[in-house]
Ligand binder design. Structure first.
Ligand code: FMN
Length: 337
């Protein structure tokens, strides 16, 4: 199997919920939530792509960089590249329903582990999906991270405890899911949280606590004051609020304020090793990638997922050689043109 075979099968297996476009940019699927697209006009999803593409790289060819080291250690785990599979859930709601949540997520989890990175798993309108995700994490050799919806705090804390029991090595909350149509369609109560409520969640666990869905310096500072260990600069792949900026455009000012004070993750439109390099240069410590892991899993199962991660590895390595970066720590604003 090669990556083109994976894409071809994915196109068939996703039952029209995703067209598996040559560039996954949110145009063909605009407005498709539920589905794989962005909310409303689809502008926030498309803006993620446009923002990243607007940054160009400085080529540096006079250097001694031949075999760059792409590894990092995060949340106590060594990873081959600074990438997590983002939490993406809802095979029946969003992905055409050909495969079950259990099949899809087991392929993502095991494919990531085989290729030397870790998965995040999500939570949805259907309670059993988080349970399935946690069971699959527990069964796997190396586990991962659980990201829980912003239910009322008692419910979130209950789910944090379930994640701890399943062996997750970090937990978090996608606070931006307060804007998710799929939850309101199911009559599920989610809402924004105050800094005090976030602090209560952080204190409820010894695991690192990640707040996903931060798009302004102001919220990032509040999250830091609430004591979270990490933030994800994210607009949920454009699925929760129409007309936001691209994440690559807000990341630099957030990083300027908070770099070193907490872990900064970012997602939205990251597709290739070059995109990973750009996000790190703009201030992220690591990135999350969403939709391409659905394509890889639906198109090639565990092997498809590993193939995609290995492709990212090769691409990132090559981009580091040509920008003169020996290790991930070397990647900073100097690589941006
Ligand atoms: C179909 C779908 C389902 C998603 N489900 C979740 C989820 O359960 N929890 C969560 O935190 N984020 C969820 N996300 C958002 C992703 O974690 C991530 O932020 C986003 O997909 C990144 O953008 P990208 O797909 O362009 O890489 C979902 C995204 C999609 C497309």
């Amino acid at each position: 199997m090669n990556y083109n075979d994976v894409l071809k099968s994915a196109r068939e297996n996703l039952n029209g919920s995703c067209r598996v476009c040559p560039v996954c940019d949110g145009k063909a699927c605009r407005g498709e939530v539920p589905g794989m697209g962005g909310k409303g006009t689809g502008s926030s999803f498309m803006e993620n792509i446009t923002a990243l593409a607007s940054y160009k790289l400085n080529m540096k060819v006079i250097s001694d960089v031949k075999e760059p080291d792409t590894r990092i250690t995060m949340f106590g785990k060594e990873m081959d590249i600074p990438v997590f599979a983002a939490p993406v859930s809802g095979t029946t709601l969003n992905m055409g329903g050909k495969f079950t949540e259990q099949e899809y997520i087991s392929w993502v989890i095991n494919g990531c582990h085989k290729a030397g990175i870790y998965p995040m798993v999500g939570d949805t309108a259907i309670d059993s999906f988080l349970i399935t995700n946690l069971e699959e994490l527990k069964k796997s050799s190396k586990n991962g991270i659980a990201i829980i919806k912003p239910w009322d705090n008692l419910n979130v804390i209950e789910k944090i405890k379930l994640s701890e029991k399943a062996g997750a090595f970090a937990v978090g909350m996608d606070i931006d899911a307060a804007g998710l149509i799929t939850l309101s369609l199911h009559g599920k109560g989610v809402s924004p949280k105050t800094a005090e409520q976030i602090s209560e969640l952080k204190k409820s666990t010894k695991l690192p606590f990640i707040l996903k869905g931060i798009m302004t310096v102001e919220d990032a500072v509040l999250a830091c004051q609430a004591g979270v260990d990490a933030i994800v600069v994210s607009n949920h792949g454009g699925r929760v609020l129409d007309e936001t900026p691209g994440t690559a455009d807000v990341l630099p000012e957030i990083a300027e304020k908070l770099k070193g004070k907490l872990t900064i993750l970012a997602d939205g439109g990251v597709r290739s090793g070059v995109d990973i390099l750009k996000m790190i240069a703009l201030g992220a410590d690591a990135v999350l990638i969403g939709r391409p892991f659905v394509t890889a899993s639906f198109g090639g199962g565990e092997e498809g997922v590993s193939l995609y991660v290995n492709k990212l590895k090769a691409d990132l390595k090559s981009a580091m050689v040509l920008t003169g970066c020996k290790c991930i720590n070397d990647i900073d604003e100097k690589v941006i043109y």
